[in-house]
Design a protein around this ligand. Structure first.
Ligand code: GLV
Length: 322
């Protein structure tokens, strides 16, 4: 029987794959474990099931050295885990690819539509009691139908976003570091940003993509463009984005992720034409259950000597399918 730390409450049924093991945590009130608590707990367990909000860094992994064998994060992104340290310490890392693609792609479209059509600002006016009535010239957004969508990253989620484009008669372009040899591939990111009306980000977080979309690139998307981010907040320079919205150099933005979650930069909070969601990209009941089950199954598999399909250690630095 292995001892397994589950850092937060999982949906009902998600712990079933761990039956027969000694599961410890989460806090009774489901509050996040501090870094010190994670470090202490890591020293006494064979496996950790964590969320993307748990920072499993070198210190936590090192504390587990000798006993800790696998960390599974209930997320497709795994920038919360120091994968290089895990690899060096011989600790496996698993994530939850594949099961959240469609739900997250729905969220990207939700943001694209809401941002392009200024739904947030219009709703705010209505809720505040300030709506004067139907106005030919008010809340004039940009059409999504007939537009060009530029996908930055073309993994599973990017492709799920692309599949939805046909119904809106949206032309899809995509950029990745390596040529996909598929229709719509654009070799230069800057070119894609210039060509697209709506840009949607689907690259992993981490140092390689930090501020990939900076002030200069936001200006390439331009005053008629819409930026959608359901990947990681660190991919976009949030202050530059807020400045561009305030100055009218970007038409609109739809964001689900932020640089310092749950803190949101005040300038972004006050920015016009911004739809801001609290990182709910994969938040449907069915998908969150599937993610949690995939993570606990990966741990159960690993502990019984089977190699989980969702293992990421060994492929650090490779483009994740976000
Ligand atoms: C969500 O952001 C995830 O990585 O699963």
């Amino acid at each position: 029987m292995a001892r397994i730390l589950v850092t937060r409450r999982l949906p009902a049924g998600a712990l079933d794959p761990l039956a027969g093991h000694d599961v410890t945590g989460p806090h009774p009130d489901d509050s996040p474990m501090s870094h010190a608590e994670l470090t202490t707990a890591a020293a006494g367990v064979d496996a950790i099931v964590c969320l993307l909000t748990d920072t499993i860094d070198r210190a936590v992994l090192t504390a587990g050295e000798g006993r800790l064998r696998v960390v599974a994060t209930v997320s497709v992104g795994y920038d919360n885990v120091d994968v290089e340290a895990a690899r060096k310490l011989g600790i496996a890392v698993a994530n939850t690819p594949g099961v959240l693609d469609e739900t997250t792609a729905d969220t990207a479209w939700l943001l694209a539509l809401a941002a392009a059509r200024l739904a947030q600002d219009a709703e705010k006016e209505l809720r505040s009691g300030l709506w004067p009535g139907w106005d030919l010239n008010a809340h004039l957004g940009r059409d999504v139908h007939g537009s060009t969508l530029g996908l930055v990253g073309f993994g599973r989620i990017g492709r799920a976003v692309a599949r939805r484009a046909a119904g809106f008669d949206v032309r899809v372009l995509h950029h990745t570091r390596h040529d996909t040899h598929e229709a719509g591939y654009v070799a230069e990111l800057d070119t894609l940003l210039e060509m697209a009306d709506i840009v949607s980000l689907h690259v992993p977080g981490g140092p390689a993509t930090h501020h990939l979309v900076d002030a200069r690139r936001i200006d390439l998307i331009g005053a008629t463009g819409v930026l959608v981010n359901t990947s990681r907040g660190s991919v976009v320079d949030e202050v530059a984005l807020a400045d561009a919205l305030h100055d009218g150099r970007l038409f609109a933005a739809g964001l689900d992720v932020y640089e310092r979650e749950p803190a949101i930069h005040p300038r972004l909070l006050s920015a016009p034409r911004a739809v801001l969601l609290p990182h709910i990209g994969s938040a449907s009941r069915a998908t969150r259950l599937a993610m949690a089950q995939l993570a606990t199954s990966a741990v159960a598999d690993f502990l019984t000597g089977r190699v989980p399909a969702s293992l990421v250690v060994g492929s650090a630095g490779a483009e994740s399918p976000t």
